[in-house]
Design a protein around this ligand. Structure first.
Ligand code: CP
Length: 319
């Protein structure tokens, strides 16, 4: 694996899940693999789980880790090729990326979308420029369109906890939110579940919240949430803003918040959410605090997902 930016970078998803679950049993089995190697975590946006789990994973592999809050501590970066930099930006990514590449063996970056212009966001200019100009492997800590470390942890959690003989029924359920949220987690989850190909996959959201078919193709769309979650094994809850009316909040539809009453149609369902979650807006207290919820388990698995990815990259790339 050269870079880890989407499911397309992974040759065998089940093998990567196996590796993550192996690290969960044996966290320090490769504690020398990353000796004398350094990973940089660049954050353009806030994070708790991704920031900490990736550091824990890197240290389990014996790596040195430096976190750089690029948005607050660095120079304002220009992404436009040929820009005349007479405005607020101070350093071009063409200059910053190779310098960062000279300091680190692996670069990880979080760069959220602005949700103003779809083409700009879906072009993924920041992470693509880092790949192009840094000269080292790049790992997404959540980009404008995808969150692959989250999705890998989600599939690790599903494989680990599902014990029935049939294919799991997995539902991605839109939930209300008070502000526009990127499509990254939903896009990414859809991409990974489809690429994994071992589940019956249903997506449910209000009309107008259709995601890009690049990620959802192969899933069943069911607008009616009650029908969608019928007999589900996993319900992944997440808000996202509109893709087609880009970045807009079209409804706050409070009746789409998952409740124990709704879950009577799926009595064995495990409820997932990537966190952070707005309680009693996206998900009710009664669900989050019930035995349905596996959100903490899911977040804990972020360590093993990150460790598997860093390990694959370390083994495949020498500077
Ligand atoms: N799920 C997730 O990425 O959490 P953070 O934003 O806290 O990293």
């Amino acid at each position: 694996m050269k870079n880890f930016i989407s499911a397309n970078d992974v040759a065998d998803i089940d093998a990567l899940i196996d590796k993550a679950l192996h690290y969960k049993q044996h966290p320090y089995i490769d504690s020398q693999l990353g000796a004398n190697r350094r990973v940089g975590l660049l954050f353009m946006n806030p994070s708790m789980r991704t920031r900490i789990s990736t550091q824990v994973a890197a240290r389990n592999l014996g790596m040195d880790v430096i976190v750089f809050n690029t948005d607050k501590e660095g120079w304002q970066i220009e992404l436009e090729e040929g820009a005349i930099m007479n405005g607020s930006t101070v350093e071009h990514i063409r200059d910053a990326a190779p310098v960062l590449g000279s300091y680190f063996d692996i670069l990880c970056v979080r760069t959220f979308p602005a949700l103003a212009d779809r083409n700009t966001d879906y072009n993924e200019n920041f992470i693509n420029a880092l790949v192009r100009y840094s000269g080292v492997p790049v790992v997404s800590l959540e980009s404008s369109t995808l969150h692959p470390l989250q999705s890998l942890a989600d599939l690790v959690t599903i494989r680990e906890t599902f014990t029935k003989p049939h294919r799991p029924k997995i539902v991605l359920a839109w939930a209300p939110h008070i502000k526009p949220i990127p499509q990254c987690v939903a896009n990414s989850f859809a991409q990974w579940v489809n690429a994994w190909g071992k589940a019956d996959f249903v997506i449910s959201h209000p009309e107008g919240y259709e995601l890009s078919e690049e990620y959802t193709c192969g899933a069943t769309l069911e607008y009616d949430l009650d029908k969608a979650i019928q007999d589900a094994d996993f319900v992944q809850v997440k808000n996202w803003s509109s893709y087609h009316s880009y970045g807009k909040v079209l409804t706050t539809a409070t009746d789409r918040m998952l409740t124990l009453d709704k879950l009577r149609a799926a009595p064995n369902a495990s409820v997932m959410h990537c966190l952070p979650v707005r309680r009693n807006v996206e998900l009710s207290d009664e669900v989050l605090d019930s035995s349905h919820s596996i959100v903490t388990h899911q977040a804990a698995n972020r360590v093993w997902a990150a460790q598997a990815v860093l390990s694959e990259i370390l083994k495949a790339n020498t500077k």
